[in-house]
Ligand binder design. Structure first.
Ligand code: GLC
Length: 697
């Protein structure tokens, strides 16, 4: 099975590198984003002049895969095939023009690049290391300066080329009809080249174009040299890197539901495209942006929760990088900012109280939860020791700065601190003590206690444990609404908020409700008039007058919230409800014709909402591994399995990394459920259910 072929589809048009993104919706590459800047509108637009007039190059077909886009365009007897890919952030397209007619063909090919920003210079350069290739360099000033280089391999000898802007402009002025004139606007710097093309019937002409943006002109030119010296080799390397990722990083998955397999591989692809590596002082490790380049930065709760998904990659640098990056942004007072930009001094305007690069508010405290989940699967104590000090200071910061009334319950001060931006929970302002925040603080303190214990600091452990107890007690005492059978946010004067949301179910995750309270919560959850929609769980119940299935935090279903709820249900033994929620989550993301990994979804229709390819929605793959495969990480390092019955006839998960071992999990009606450790069978049972725990050697 080739995941790249499996993921091929016609409806995607984006190629993503580490710090760049190119969109292909016509001949060439239409827009390009580099880091946080919109660099060009028309990165590499390809036009044709025939008999002095602009000829339309219509797109015939396009196929996207993670490693490349193949596109075919045609203009009468001229056919253009393109292979587009990314090589270390240079966007490259290999062009082949073919005369598919019966007579000779003459045309002028024009490659144009409309670079936005104030121009500083535009000049033509040789490319050292790429003989015959040539580049146009545009130095742009867009606040922070950066340079764009745009280059070409040597065109076929028969072609004349004019890579100078002036020549091009003159050439165009001589030849073009009015339509192309419109391409020239005052605020844009047009770079380009023109080639005369003369092809006999059946004859082809091929060459390659590339564009790259970098902080300095030298780096921009340098980025083009390798792909223009050997484009085919670079394209093959891009494909090989994706193969390596799917074959060696990701546990192999097969099952009786092909749409779930598609979803699984699609979601891993999303994790990989959102990976960023800056290697600078502030962000020295790889980390995941929520979605390049919509949310390009490091976001606190996104990164922490994504680390849980990433614990299943063989190389843990990405998962650990997310947690270390989140912890590394700490303010002197202990605050962990909700957002850190890629470059210094980019956030000063939005956050005047911040440190320039990050925001001065936090986000839901999920670092403790995520750290423990990642530790359970990996057993990496060095990670615990690294993150613990920041987590402990963060906890003290909450106490000092987010508990004004000293009731051991914490409040947020800003819409973006809540993580639930426009939720009706804050329609009346921020005098709210949110229920899940406090459940998460109780977890955070428990984790601090467990980590301190493990690292051999029993006194610190006892202090954390006492604080965990204080917050847990306060949640139980003050947030439970007996009449409604619900845990609630608290408003001023500890009045219970009438806005019920799935935030309440996070108390299950923290182990706070009594069994009776848990049963009442599950009644709310599974009530079709409230939370149990066709695609649960909406972040506002259907019977709330504020419910809007399409409005962000006012109704849609969010996958990371479902993940939190599933954990709580399993903790309280609601296996069947958990299984049904997991099944419907798979259906929502994978069962509607093609896999998606959106920011949120309409809970009634299942329509995708907001941003596609969002990292933390990838927690669905954690559900595949823990609920389908059944592996349930344990802090004590033993291997416990407990697959849920999701109605699959069969499945096979191979090479799941767990504490340095390779675990295989398989099920079919005939052979039952089997677990193997490092290739040797560790246990089996005829049906799906608990197995283990086993000690691992
Ligand atoms: C939105 C969400 C927030 C999230 C961010 C990045 O602002 O409301 O919770 O962290 O996007 O995904």
């Amino acid at each position: 099975m080739d995941p790249l072929a499996r993921l091929a589809r016609p409806d995607k048009d984006t190629l993503i590198g580490n710090l760049c993104r190119g969109v292909s919706d016509g001949a060439g590459i239409s827009t390009m984003l580099w880091a946080e800047e919109l660099v060009t509108r028309e990165a590499l637009g390809i036009y044709l002049l025939r008999s002095g007039r602009l000829a339309y190059l219509g797109q015939v077909e396009q196929t996207w895969r993670p490693d490349r886009i193949e596109a075919r365009h045609s203009a009468g007897d001229l056919q253009l095939d393109e292979l587009k890919f990314v090589h270390h952030d240079a966007l490259v397209t290999e062009l082949t023009f073919r005369n598919v007619g019966s007579g000779p063909l003459e045309a002028t090919v024009i490659v144009l690049s409309d670079l936005e920003g104030r121009k500083a210079s535009a000049a033509c350069h040789d490319l050292p290391g790429a003989p015959g290739a040539c580049a146009v360099l545009a130095d742009l000033q867009t606040g922070r300066g950066f340079s764009v280089a745009f280059g070409s391999t040597r065109p076929p000898d028969a072609l004349r080329w004019a890579p100078f802007r002036k020549t091009l402009v003159r050439l165009l002025a001589e030849r073009q009809g009015p339509p192309l004139q419109a391409q020239f606007k005052q605020d844009l710097l047009n770079c380009g080249m023109a080639f005369d093309l003369a092809l006999a019937p059946g004859e082809t002409a091929s060459w390659s174009l590339a564009i790259a943006a970098r902080p300095t002109p030298q780096e921009a030119l340098h980025a083009l040299a390798t792909p223009l010296a050997g484009p085919a080799a670079c394209r093959e390397a891009a494909t090989a890197a994706w193969h390596e990722f799917f074959e060696h990083q990701v546990p192999r998955f097969a099952c009786s539901d092909p749409s779930l397999v598609d979803l699984y591989y699609y979601v891993w692809h999303v994790q990989q495209v959102n990976r960023m590596e800056l290697g600078n002082r502030r962000l020295p490790w790889p980390f995941g942006a929520p979605a390049k380049f919509k949310y390009s930065h490091l976001w606190f709760w996104d990164a922490c929760l994504q680390a849980i998904t990433l614990r299943w990659l063989r190389d843990l640098a990405y998962s650990f990088g997310n947690l270390r990056s989140a912890a590394n942004q700490q303010y002197p007072d202990g605050m962990l900012p909700h957002e850190t930009a890629l470059a210094p001094e980019t956030m000063r305007r939005n956050w005047p109280d911040g440190d320039g690069q990050s925001s001065s508010v936090t986000q839901p405290p999920v670092l403790g939860l995520a750290l423990w989940e990642v530790y359970a699967a990996t057993g990496d104590r060095a990670l615990l020791a690294d993150v613990y000090p920041a987590l402990a200071r963060y906890d003290r910061w909450f106490e000092a700065c987010r508990d004004e009334d000293g009731d051991h319950l914490f409040a947020f001060v800003h819409r973006w601190e809540t993580g639930w931006d426009n939720s009706p929970r804050w329609d009346g302002g921020f005098d709210v003590e949110p229920v899940e925040v406090n459940a998460l603080i109780a977890i955070q303190r428990q984790v601090l206690a467990d980590v301190a214990e493990l690292l051999g600091w029993p006194e610190e452990a006892a202090a954390h444990r006492a604080r965990a107890q204080e917050t847990a007690d306060a949640v139980r005492r003050l947030m439970w609404d007996g009449a409604a059978g619900m845990y609630c946010d608290l408003l001023a004067g500890h009045a219970k908020s009438p806005v019920h949301t799935p935030a309440a179910f996070c108390t299950l995750l923290a182990g706070l409700p009594t069994p009776e309270q848990a049963a009442a919560l599950v009644d709310h959850l599974t009530n079709p008039a409230r939370f149990w929609t066709r695609y649960p769980v909406p972040v506002v119940p259907q019977d709330d007058p504020e419910f809007d299935p399409n409005d962000y935090w006012r109704g849609p279903t969010w996958i990371h919230i479902n993940w939190l709820i599933v954990q709580g249900l399993l903790r309280y033994g609601y296996r069947d409800v958990a299984a049904e929620l997991v099944r419907r989550t798979f259906q929502l993301m994978g069962g509607q014709g093609r896999p998606t990994c959106n920011e949120c979804y309409n809970p009634l229709t299942g329509e995708e909402a907001r941003t596609p390819d969002l990292s933390w929605s990838g927690l669905v793959n954690d559900l595949v591994i823990t609920c389908v495969g059944g592996i349930r990480p344990r802090a004590d390092g033993r291997l416990a399995c407990d697959p849920l019955d999701l109605g699959l006839e069969s499945f096979h998960l191979q090479g799941v990394p767990y504490r340095g071992h390779r675990i295989d999990l398989a099920y079919d009606r005939a052979g039952g459920y089997r677990v193997a450790v490092d290739g040797r069978e560790a246990g089996r049972r005829p049906d799906l259910g608990p197995l283990g725990p086993f000690a691992l050697g």
